[in-house]
Design a protein around this ligand. Structure first.
Ligand SMILES: [Zn+2]
Length: 210
């Protein structure tokens, strides 16, 4: 019996690992210009094993991209879920969050975003907030946050509303950022097209030699 139990346990771990791999491989970061970043995300109705696998994979993707936070819309899922790790090094998960209070005092801090690569700008936001949310086990919690943590929560929360940090900049700065990203994405698409063309040419040549 212990053998069978061990086998089942291993099988479960193996399955979970593959699911995690599948999820993180599939997680392409969405870049400014992608519609999903502009949609208001939907509340999660069910928090289950799949949600927890998704959360794990989101942390993997976040770490690979060297980010401090990642919201579901950034990987193409229009769901009210984000993960983050602030300077206290705690992995935090927020599902269906509500910011229920914000301080009068605001502060300015330089922000960046995995969906707006290589653009950084000072953004003014409330210094302290109180947020209510569910964790990955469906447990409700209330958190008072300030400083860097409050900053990341507000940035990630914006993603669930279809808002990006550049929307909070002067219109000229925002336009400049949009143009820079659009140009970069265009060049990237051109490079990919060229690569595909070369590959097709090579394949055709191979075909001729057969
Ligand atoms: Zn972001």
């Amino acid at each position: 019996m212990p053998f069978i139990r061990l086998f089942v346990k291993n099988l479960k771990a193996m399955l979970e690992f593959h699911l995690l791999l599948y999820y993180s491989l599939d997680m392409k970061l969405r870049i400014l210009g992608d519609e999903v970043l502009r949609q208001r995300a939907e509340a999660l109705v069910d928090i289950n094993d799949e949600t927890r696998q998704l959360v794990k994979a989101m942390f993997v993707t976040m770490d690979e991209a060297k980010g401090v936070g990642l919201a579901a819309p950034q990987i193409g899922l229009s769901q009210r879920l984000f993960v983050l790790r602030s300077d206290d090094d705690i992995d935090r998960v927020f599902i269906n969050p509500h910011i229920i209070a914000t301080s009068q005092e605001t502060c300015s801090f330089e922000e960046g975003c995995l969906s707006v690569p290589q653009i950084y700008a000072e953004v003014e936001r409330p210094e302290k907030i109180t947020v209510q949310a569910l964790d990955e086990h469906g447990k409700a919690f209330t958190l008072d946050a300030e400083g860097y943590l409050a900053r990341i929560i507000q940035h990630e929360y914006d993603h669930l509303e279809g808002v990006l940090f550049i929307d909070r900049l002067d219109p000229e700065l925002k336009e400049e950022a949009e143009k820079t990203i659009a140009r970069r994405e265009e060049k990237k698409a051109e490079r990919e097209k060229e690569k595909a063309r070369k590959k097709a040419k090579l394949e055709a040549r191979k075909e001729n030699y057969r």
